[in-house]
Design a binder for this molecule. Structure first.
Ligand code: NDP
Length: 391
């Protein structure tokens, strides 16, 4: 029995993970569940999955969670706060940690799971973008294994011999990340001047949380994934390409020096990547309908439009700058996306805020978590000042 901590259980990845877990009660048990503030949803999940521990990140809500669980006759330990999250990620109640918190808020628990040698299923891409070298160091020290859940990286993992080999020795020439292009594929900058959060969150292929949906619409999501791929697979920026593929059936590709290109295909449903990561190196049923290529029609591929979708170009720029530039990029993006979702920043200004913060805070070497968190705060402060001036 594999005991699984689902951090971010009330989110989109959390729901898909719990769906896969529920299909295999003989193999997996959801032993820890967490949320930020959605007490009602967390209490309901606890009623269904009977974990040993429920963590609510907002400490003000611990009492309410305990009351709801008691009223429902659910007996599990209750804890709150970010320290409780890191303790849960590294503690004895789980063998596997699904890192599915959104944003930089997931960094501490992801690092804690890596340091404790857990089997780490990484969905929270922001934590590897922010603290890539520190996360890899923690993984080495902990001796655990990281299996990517992000569908593109999971696809690449599946197309590489042994998952994460030395790319040069394995004859890999290029990693190619596919991108759906998001809801605004083919639009011009003029078309995008007045788009709303609801339009941006209406993804044509994937059903996801609102933050990642906006990132998909700006192509920042692909930019974060380029940085994630660099850290996960040790590929330099020049060996990572992005290819727009609107059908979202090819999840990514690996090109080898002999001209072979291996791809992983499947219906666009996160349960495939999650089931693969949970069961690896075995395979389990995920509840995903079989891919019917005869019925799917033509598959299209095109180069991304880096002039309209500036965020992808900025992510490559930050990766090439190195040091903590990706962390600065990520922090500025989180602040800008929050403002866009709140209706106080136009869509196209997301890239402008990110670019201005990258210019204001030139890259520095990553020393430790404390200095990284301080720089993350500095970048958020710079982004907020820009937003204030713009209003
Ligand atoms: P959602 O917004 O749907 O869910 C986020 C989860 O994180 C919720 O459980 C939420 O709790 C919790 N959370 C939010 N803020 C905090 C915080 N400050 N502290 C602790 N917990 C917090 O996000 P997604 O499931 O869409 O995405 C999760 C991660 O996975 C992201 O990093 C995303 O980029 C990545 N990812 C998502 C994919 C998808 O298909 N959705 C695909 C690939 C990667 P509450 O409900 O209480 O707010």
């Amino acid at each position: 029995m594999n005991k699984v901590a689902v951090l971010g259980a009330t989110g989109s990845i959390g729901a898909s993970t719990l769906d896969v877990i529920a299909r295999h009660p003989e193999r997996f048990r959801a032993s820890v569940l967490s949320a930020h503030s959605n007490v009602t949803a967390l209490a309901e999940l606890c009623g269904r999955f009977r974990p040993e521990l429920a963590v609510i990140a907002d400490p003000a809500l611990e009492g309410e969670l305990a009351r709801k669980l008691a009223a429902a006759g659910v007996h599990c330990e209750v804890a709150s706060g970010h320290d409780a999250l890191t303790a849960a990620a590294s503690g004895a109640l789980c063998d596997t940690v699904v890192a599915a918190i959104v944003g930089a808020a997931g960094l501490a628990s992801t690092l804690a799971a890596a340091q404790a040698g857990k089997r780490l299923l990484l969905a929270n891409k922001e934590s590897i973008v922010l603290g890539g070298p520190l996360l890899l160091q923690a993984l080495r020290a902990g001796g655990g294994v990281l299996i990517p859940v992000d569908s593109e990286h999971n696809a690449i993992f599946q197309c590489l011999p042994g998952g994460r080999p030395d790319l040069a020795k394995s004859g890999v020439r290029r990693l190619v990340l596919t991108a759906s292009g998001g809801p605004f594929r083919g639009r011009t900058r003029a078309d995008l001047a007045a788009v709303t959060p609801d339009q941006a969150c209406k993804h044509p292929k994937w059903s996801m949380g609102r933050k990642i949906s906006v990132d998909s619409a700006t192509l920042m999501n692909k930019g974060l994934e380029v940085i994630e791929a660099h850290h996960l697979f040790g590929a330099p920026a020049d060996a990572i390409d992005v290819l727009v593929h609107p059908q979202s059936l090819v999840h990514s590709l690996v090109e080898y020096v002999d001209g072979s290109v291996l791809a992983q295909l499947g219906n666009p449903d996160m349960r495939t990547a999650i089931a693969h990561a949970l069961a690896w190196p075995e395979r389990v049923e995920a509840g995903v309908p079989p891919l019917n290529l005869a019925a799917s029609g033509a598959l299209q591929f095109e180069a991304p439009d880096l002039d309209t979708f500036r965020c992808l170009a900025l992510a490559f720029q930050a990766l090439r700058a190195g040091g903590d530039a990706p962390a600065i990029l990520n922090a500025a993006n989180e602040v800008a996306v929050e403002a866009f979702l709140a209706g106080t920043l136009p869509f196209l200004a997301i890239a402008e805020v990110v670019e201005a913060v990258l210019t204001e805070l030139p890259s520095q070497t990553v020393v430790d978590v404390e200095s990284l968190v301080a720089r993350d705060g500095e970048a958020r402060g710079a982004a907020r000042r820009l937003l204030k001036r713009a209003c």
